[in-house]
Write a protein that binds this ligand. Structure first.
Ligand SMILES: *Cc1c(COP(=O)(O)O)cnc(C)c1O
Length: 364
């Protein structure tokens, strides 16, 4: 049995007829940018999350940097972010000239709230909470600390569509929630896409103008903006997928709960979920001290895996200018050496899951 780390073709095949007829509908409509599909998706996704506004953008990275731009966070300002995130979270900060201040993650791979306050200085303007791997961050203490120090909160929900903390969906706690619809995300399109969500009318209006060259009305440009519009065809696909999202999430949950019940191996640490938080299982991430050996063993069994992420942002070449030494974020660096994502995808057969479990249980 050959098992790939991820498969997107099966997700397409399941609703193939709906995707194909939607595609033709948009192609035949004669309207391809900022039309009725984008507007309808924005309304449906905002309703789904329980938030007032959603503004579709071209990518998750655009959502992040535009969020900080609109909040007025730039040169000289500091933003606290967890150090084990995907590098795009950090780029969202640095594109604006702001400085990322890296905080360590907890045992659930999200911001460790115990050590969050230590990172606050007179220059701190915001906290970027990343709901990593699909699990909601510990939002209650994060919001409390933000309020105490008058900080903005931006949520990176690129991996957490639909995840909840205390019955409230991620993206609805902070000033702005940022989403990606990159194809491999739980709510993924068939190309790039992103969105900002907010309960704040002014922020929503500012983002709406910013994404379209800063133009309020055709040829009247209020600010120097960007071209970052969610594509009409991608919005149409996302509307189809959103209708089925509950079912898709349930399937991922069933697979991951089976992994949690049936994987037993002293050499492997299974993922933990925080009380009060839900997990939508964008990734099922295990920890293994002998990761290289485990990867080679699984490869010999034709099971592919992935590492999210092998090089933490502070150690990547792009961020050497920050001058952060190796060893300064020990938990993050330990995770980078030990994390391994095992296959989870919609359409994964039960015998494939059983095979992955059996192989992991025999690793020695
Ligand atoms: C995917 C991802 C992004 C970037 O989204 P794009 O749509 O690929 O630009 C940002 N943050 C996190 C945590 C991600 O997983």
């Amino acid at each position: 049995m050959h098992i790939m780390a991820n498969r997107l073709d099966l997700g397409f095949q399941r609703y193939q007829d709906e995707y194909e007829s939607k595609l033709l509908e948009v192609l035949r409509s004669g309207w391809y940018v900022l039309g009725k599909e984008v507007t309808a998706f924005e309304e449906e996704f905002a309703d789904y999350l329980g938030v007032k506004h959603c503004v579709g953008l071209a990518s998750g990275l655009d959502a992040l940097w535009i969020a900080f731009r609109i909040l007025g966070i730039g040169a000289g300002d500091e933003v606290i972010v967890q150090a084990n995130t995907y590098i795009a979270s950090v780029m969202g900060i640095t594109i604006n000239g702001a400085v990322p201040v890296f905080a360590e993650p907890d045992i659930c791979f999200n911001l460790d709230v115990e050590h969050l306050e230590e990172k606050i200085t007179s220059r701190t303007k915001a906290i970027l909470a990343v709901h990593l791997y699909g699990q909601a961050s510990n939002m209650e203490p994060i919001m409390k600390i933000a309020k105490k120090y008058h900080l903005k909160v931006v949520e990176d929900c690129a991996q957490s569509h639909g995840a909840v903390f205390s019955n409230r969906k991620t993206g609805t706690f902070g000033d702005i929630g940022c989403f990606s619809f990159y194809p491999s995300k739980n709510l993924g399109a068939f190309g790039d896409g992103g969105a900002i969500v907010t309960n704040n009318d002014t922020i929503a209006e500012d983002v709406r103008i910013f994404r379209n060259y800063g133009s309020e009305k055709k040829y009247f440009n209020r600010v120097v903006g960007a071209n970052s519009r969610l594509d009409e065809i991608q919005a149409a696909f996302l509307r189809v997928k959103l209708k089925h999202l509950e079912e898709l999430q349930e399937e991922r949950k069933t697979i991951c709960e089976k992994y949690l019940r049936e994987i037993h191996n002293d050499r492997i640490i299974l993922p933990q979920t925080l009380a009060g938080a839900s997990h939508v299982w964008h990734q099922f991430v295990i920890l293994c001290k002998e990761r290289q050996k485990l990867i080679a063993y699984l490869n010999s069994k034709q099971i592919e895996t992935a590492i999210h992420y092998p090089i933490p942002p502070h150690m990547s070449e792009a961020y050497q200018y920050l001058g952060i030494q190796k060893g300064s974020l020990p938990v993050t660096e330990m995770y980078a050496e030990r994390v391994l994502s095992i296959p989870v995808y919609n359409g994964m057969k039960e015998e494939e899951q059983d095979y992955v479990i059996a192989c992991l249980n025999l690793f020695s």
